[in-house]
Design a protein around this ligand. Structure first.
Ligand code: SAM
Length: 290
């Protein structure tokens, strides 16, 4: 399929944020191809990876590397150059939408500060693809990106969003996906429905649905369960979880007077909340009597 020459107007000077496929090479818009072909320079996270995409579409454009390690240093220089030479420059990441857990934010800030035009060329994004197939409420959602690598920091980050009243979307690497599912089983309400979307748009695309423990067991039983790319989608907190704030206040009030297990027992019986839920909240409080 050919895009008629000139059918996609290219603005100059302009910074284009161009979404690329997350697996399936055909998941790229005609406008994205036209911009990548006609712009003066393509900024890529990994130039070899983007070169493969451009080669596939027979686009021979100049590529420069802009990634997490250099983008803060090069942003101001690039913006000056785009403005001075009136360039159309496209930013792409290795896969999906730039700036979504990917480089681009400092460059966009610098471009806006310099009064440059910034245009999005929308397309694939793993978070949205996963949300759409998850079968969980999609009218309100929160994107948390990657949890921290270290377990203690990941635990606190998850505890901070455990009562989120919107569907929650996390990215995870194959190395840490099981760890994160274990943390979800421990920290987020045990019965909460989740969906893990693996290898979206690719040959071995798989969706695992159930509670975190059930999904963990599914991944462990699947010979491909530890490979590929993963998005974790977590159902919103149920209304009674929103009452967690009340439980926490009780826990804080009783903490100086009772050991943790006794305080959990008392509160779960007085507030008619499952012991596990109260215990999970109690884990976030340090000052219980011994
Ligand atoms: N900017 C990208 C986007 O728009 O989705 C995300 C980049 S982030 C560095 C990479 C993470 O996105 C992966 O670790 C994984 O969590 C998720 N991801 C990317 N492609 C995926 C795919 N095909 N299937 C499942 N998850 C994917």
């Amino acid at each position: 399929m050919q895009i008629p020459a000139g059918s996609v107007p290219i603005e100059r000077p302009c910074l284009y944020l161009v979404a690329t496929p997350i697996g399936q090479l055909a998941d790229i818009s005609l406008r994205a191809l036209a911009v990548l072909d006609a712009c003066d320079l393509v900024l890529a996270e990994d130039t070899r990876m983007t070169r493969r995409l451009l080669d596939h579409y027979v686009i021979a454009n100049t590529l420069n590397a802009v990634h997490d390690h250099n983008e803060r240093d090069v942003a101001a220089r690039l913006v000056t150059r785009i403005a001075r030479d009136s360039l159309a420059v496209a930013l792409v990441s290795d896969a999906g939408t730039p700036l979504v857990s990917d480089p681009g934010y400092p460059l966009v800030r610098a471009a806006i500060a310099a009064g440059l035009t910034v245009r999005a060329v929308p397309g694939a994004c793993a978070a949205l693809a996963a949300l759409c197939v998850a079968g969980l409420p999609s009218n309100r959602f929160a994107f948390e990106g990657f949890l921290p690598h270290k377990d203690a920091a990941a635990r606190s980050a998850l505890a901070a969003v455990a009562d989120e009243a919107r569907t929650l979307i996390l990215y995870e690497s194959p190395r840490r996906v099981r760890r994160t599912l274990q943390l979800i089983a421990e920290i987020v309400e045990a019965s909460r429905e989740i969906c893990v979307a693996r290898e979206l748009t690719k040959l071995h695309e798989t969706h695992y649905r159930g509670t975190a423990s059930e999904v963990l067991a599914m991944l462990e039983a699947d010979p491909f369960g530890a490979t590929g790319e993963f998005v974790i989608v977590i159902a919103p907190a149920t209304p009674h979880e929103a009452e967690d704030g009340q439980v926490e206040s009780w826990l804080r009030a009783l903490a100086p007077h009772l050991p943790r297990s006794r305080a959990v027992e008392v509160i779960s019986s007085v507030l008619a909340r499952p012991r596990n839920d109260v215990y999970r909240l109690a884990l976030g409080i340090d000052d219980f009597a011994r």
